[in-house]
Design a protein around this ligand. Sequence first.
Ligand code: SF4
Length: 304
Amino acid sequence: MDTIYDSIETAARDLYIRALKDIPQDVRDALARTLKVERAGGNRTAERVMLTIVENIQTADERDALVCQDTGLPVFKVRIGTKLNLDIARLKDCLRKGCERATKEYPLRSNTVHPLTRKHTGTNTGEGIPVIKLEFVPGSDTIDLHMAPKGSGSENTSFLKMLNPADGQKGVKQFVLQCIFDSGARPCPPMIVGIGLGGTSDVAMQLAKEASTFRRIGSSNPDPDVAELERDLLDKINQTGIGPQGLGGTTTAMAVHIEWAHTHISQNPVAVNIQCWRGERAEAVISADGTVTHSSRVQANATL
Ligand code: SF4
């Protein structure tokens, strides 16, 4: 059984480094589409910004280097097969050790500090860090490990409002658009806008993070009403003219993703969490025997 814990630790280390270097294929495709749109729109500044982003990714690919200097705070989503009967405390310890090894062995810039004293841990880990979300999958005997190093420019543009239920969809749209205006260039657009609807205040924030960070661009919420709201908000956000890096243009957001939960009859929580153009995340599957299979980029429609 030690093998699977060793594999979790090594996979956590490798995913942290890979997520910082290898932009997911759906994000690459969306960036390539954005470049085409800005070029067709004739906005030379927006086109130049998008060309710089594309060149940034190509240079990172060629030199096997990080795409951006911000190594973020490590966030994991772990889907655990219930057949594995894992020691969860040990699993969390393995994820923490994997982050510490990535920071020391690669090495990565460490960002983690005490919130009051601002004293550095130097390890990219600390109290409550890495952030770990656990889900359990009945009948499965594998672990799906999803990792995202969440950078500060985008994480600092996070918002929560407990709307009045009577505010309805109109209130949700107004709040989200206000968040986008308040964010401006700070989350490094073209961005991915994650929205959490419903639940309690903390659940809404978690849903927004799931939506911004772990959903693939091109996916829609299975609920048709929610999917319609995603399309409508994307259209409205792209009419703001904020554009790539906030310098004007047609594409402020590459996607709007909404995740939702039921809520109290007298509550209407709405949370917004933004992901930057880097859209960093990486995944691996760990089998019961400890074999680690890293997901590779989908090359079929590769444009970058
Ligand atoms: S918001 Fe994203 S792209 Fe911008 S500096 Fe932070 S990690 Fe890098």
